[in-house]
Ligand binder design. Structure first.
Ligand SMILES: O=P(O)(O)OC[C@H]1O[C@](O)(CO)[C@@H](O)[C@@H]1O
Length: 466
């Protein structure tokens, strides 16, 4: 098997380390909680097991996220919008100038609400999920978990991105403007050399267990490309990554697709719940094309986010942009790959599921059957659903701080519409299905390991079929 190069991270690593080590550094201040901590009942501890992750626990990534990362991200978004004002006017028309100033004002208010740990506000926009969101916020109000530093981390972070979206969608002229799109497109353009290298190495791989496992791992490590955390990249041979794979069930996924399901699920469909745009999406398209081309599956269905989400998550616009970008590229292998993909979409071997708001709702996957029964039934008709990335993993576990050795299948609660595979680069302090003592050992050698994006898991929960 050829030694293929995939990326490592630098620069942001130091940001992360400084971020997290400052958390730990404050341990010395454990007897002297800051004024903010006292005023907002912050618990000077890590998150207890079986509790939901929340910024109410000082030694958590959630606390760091709302104390520092989110205010910084909102500052960057506001200055980026100001910088691009003229280009936005070209795209959305002159009237958007007033709309943009109202948006900047809303984002500034949002940032101050986070910094002051204010209560979540109800939505007054016309979007189809507004009522569901308000019903959810009322539930949080009753449980007094409706503030940035008391809510479950997943709920608060999803609420943040829904609020940002509301600020733009309130404005007719900016309603469909994706405020993260230039970052996503720019990141994709900057990594063409790697896409080309990967294509030359992998696009003709034949059907075999080794090739399948390699394709799955390329899609996994593509998840390191998440602009909400990391900004810069360089090359490293893929083989070197296996030592960073804490749990690897890729062989079980191969067995499931080749031995496990023939009679019960035909034609074999695989759903891929996408994460980041750009290079990660490219690796997910490569995986899908390999699955169909080698006859391992008849159909691949991709799931995207309905609104701009967590900076770099894929929306339907990003998905179509990537297909056009590949098809129209001057590099032969790139355009050939783009045309092959478009052919697979035309003959419906590949489809895009872009209309579910479930992926941008705060609830975990165990609430899908109740909240999005159609989506649940759709997944149950598939042979396997592949969940990409850290945020989707948190949604699978409903952000519950489980004992790290809890089996993955148990971590899903009762969510098992079909067999579930998680391809996750670990980027937050939440785990399950880990070998005994792995988390303790890793934390001992590096307290920041779970934020470095160095470690990953490939986990599978098999749905028993009659
Ligand atoms: O792109 P991914 O893999 O879902 O990672 C998202 C990141 O954002 C977070 O929400 C933190 O802000 C974590 O889940 C993770 O660190």
């Amino acid at each position: 098997m050829t030694e293929l190069s995939i990326s490592t991270i630098h620069g942001s690593q130091s940001d992360m380390e400084s971020d997290f080590s400052s958390v730990h550094a404050e341990e010395v201040d454990v007897n002297f909680p800051t004024d903010f901590d006292k005023k907002h009942n912050i618990i000077i501890n890590t998150t207890p097991q079986l509790e939901a992750l929340s910024a109410r626990y000082k030694y958590s990534f959630a606390y760091k996220t709302f104390r520092e990362r989110v205010p910084r991200m909102l500052n960057e978004l506001m200055s980026c919008m100001k910088e691009k004002e003229d280009r936005i006017m070209e795209q959305c028309g002159d009237y958007a100038r007033f709309a943009l100033s109202r948006v900047l004002w809303s984002l500034d208010i949002l940032r101050n609400e986070v910094l002051a740990n204010e209560m979540f506000k109800h939505f007054h926009d016309k979007d189809s999920d507004a009522n569901d969101w308000n019903g959810f916020i009322e539930k949080l109000e009753r449980r007094e978990k409706n503030q940035w530093f008391s809510a479950n981390w997943l709920h608060a972070e999803c609420y943040l991105y829904r609020r940002i979206s509301a600020a733009f969608r309130r404005e007719e002229t900016l309603r469909d403007y994706d405020y993260f799109s230039s970052q996503k497109m720019c990141a994709a353009r900057n990594i063409v050399y790697l896409m080309h290298t990967v294509l030359k190495e992998l696009s003709q791989l034949s059907r075999s267990r080794d090739s399948f496992q390699l394709m799955l791992k390329v899609s996994l490590w593509g998840n390191r490309y998440d602009l909400s955390l990391f900004k810069a990249l360089t090359d490293k041979p893929i083989g070197e990554y296996d030592k960073h794979l804490i749990e690897d069930q890729s062989a079980d996924v191969w067995r499931l697709l080749t031995e496990g399901i023939h009679s019960s699920v035909s034609p074999v469909t695989v759903d891929i719940v996408l994460d980041n745009a750009g290079f990660e999406l490219f690796t997910d398209l490569l995986l899908g094309e390999y699955l169909v081309r080698t006859g391992l599956v008849k159909k691949v269905c991709y799931h995207v986010k309905a609104i701009p989400w967590f900076v770099s998550d894929v929306t339907a616009n990003d998905f179509h942009w990537m297909l056009r970008f590949l098809r129209d590229h001057h590099i032969t292998e790139m355009s050939a790959f783009g045309r092959r993909l478009l052919r697979l979409f035309r003959n419906r071997s590949m489809t895009l599921c872009d209309n579910s708001s479930f992926w941008t709702r705060p609830q975990g996957c165990r609430f899908m059957r109740e909240l999005s029964p159609c989506l649940y039934v759709h997944l149950s008709f598939g042979a396997l659903a592949i969940f990409k990335g850290d945020l989707n993993y948190r949604k699978l576990l409903d952000d519950i701080n489980l004992n790290p050795t809890t089996p993955f299948s148990e971590g899903l609660g009762d969510f098992l519409p079909t067999s579930i595979c998680a391809l996750r680069v670990i980027k937050s302090d939440l785990y399950c299905g880990m070998p005994h003592c792995a988390v303790e050992w890793l934390t001992e050698s590096d307290p920041n390991w779970m934020l470095s994006g160095e470690k990953a898991v490939i986990q599978l929960a098999i749905k028993p079929r009659p």
